[in-house]
Design a protein around this ligand. Sequence first.
Ligand SMILES: Cc1cc2nc3c(=O)[nH]c(=O)nc-3n(C[C@H](O)[C@H](O)[C@H](O)COP(=O)(O)OP(=O)(O)OC[C@H]3O[C@@H](n4cnc5c(N)ncnc54)[C@H](O)[C@@H]3O)c2cc1C
Length: 416
Amino acid sequence: MQTPLTVGAGAMTRTVTEPVDGGETATIDSDVAIVGGGLAGSLAAAVLARAGHRVALIDKRAVYPDEFRVEKIGGHQLAMLRKLGFLDALDKVACRYDQVLNIREGKVVDVSVGQAYGFPYADLVAMARSQMPHSSGLIVDEVTAISCSDDVQHLELASGRQVTARLVVLATGMAGALAYKLGIRRRVLAERHSVSFGFTIVRQDGRPFDFEALTCYGERTADGIDYLSLFPVRAGMRANLFMFRDPTDPVMRELRREPEATILRLLPGLRSYLGDFRVTDRVQNWVMDLTVVEGHLRPGIVLIGDAFQTNCPAAGTGVARLLVDVDRLCTEYVPQWLMTAGMGLEKISQFYADRDKIAADQQSLKMARFRQALTSRNDIGWDVRRRVHFLRRSLTHRVDQMHPGWLGRVRGALRA
Ligand SMILES: Cc1cc2nc3c(=O)[nH]c(=O)nc-3n(C[C@H](O)[C@H](O)[C@H](O)COP(=O)(O)OP(=O)(O)OC[C@H]3O[C@@H](n4cnc5c(N)ncnc54)[C@H](O)[C@@H]3O)c2cc1C
């Protein structure tokens, strides 16, 4: 059964079943306080609140802003979302697609088949927040300080209110200030590792594109283009361009100012697939450092999602990592931890030592390095690997076209 959140202010103590009023001075008492309602924090809050725990989800913004983050998911990420009970809700807010045409130098490499979704990140976060039972509302406020112990954790909010919790989940994404105050540092593994661009396109003649979704891989290592991914969102065809290149290179400005011409100059093989097109919105871009935290093993607090480790957008592992964090923490460890007194290191360390979590974190870093090397290394070893990589994919595709179902049978036999 669900226990509602309790709010007290001096003599006033009451039980809330609606979001807490931002102007109220109060102490909010909870089992788990989640700081940061991006994707990781909102999913964690919904999973824990659905299981009947008293959750205080705190984010400084009532609505996630139009910021460039993950905009498409598919494959194993969907299996995880289904397991956690979010797939039906995702299906209602996102654009589904099932086929991606993969091309390089104007030629088809292969076709990926499988359920996938495109969306603005803000919609994905709103979907996750909407899955909290209504009695566990979002607290719109900024957490300014946290003090942690083996027993009860205390959080101070910018409004002057306070939150107490048995456990704090820090899901503040790449904002490091709070963790820093606790002595948790970010180690930079690769500075300015990748650059990503996001924008929406439509055809000049207003007709739909001839493909459901398309990935176009870079043609020359000197360009540093890993791939341009085109996939449907409600507003049109979304474009995500992932590059490994100096962010101060003039091409970055050209991409922002003249995206259509610059894209076709860098990826001439795209022209016949796109026809005349134009960008309909602001070109957003992001320079990503690969970082991981240190000194995070402390009583009473765990870090999840980007707050623990950042990811290379081209590798597309950020959501997979945060889903593993949410799944392992919220379905396995937190329910056990809350059953006994205390929130000491022996409990917290179980999460960081979790095999699935460690594997997902390591896979994310491995894929980040692989994508960078496959895109831009031009020594003979990587040149051969790159050729073999695309040749293997295109041969497999051709055989599968001649003998439909062959690939699926081989993969099935290998798995058996
Ligand atoms: C350009 C780009 C493209 C990407 N593409 C992909 C992709 O294709 N595939 C993929 O898997 N991953 C991708 N990622 C990674 C993915 O977007 C992230 O891993 C994911 O969004 C992290 O979610 P999060 O909840 O950890 O952090 P966030 O979504 O950043 O949420 C953090 C929240 O904390 C709140 N907050 C911070 N400090 C405080 C405070 N003191 N008090 C209250 N609230 C606070 C913020 O308001 C925010 O809502 C991409 C990332 C970027 C930047």
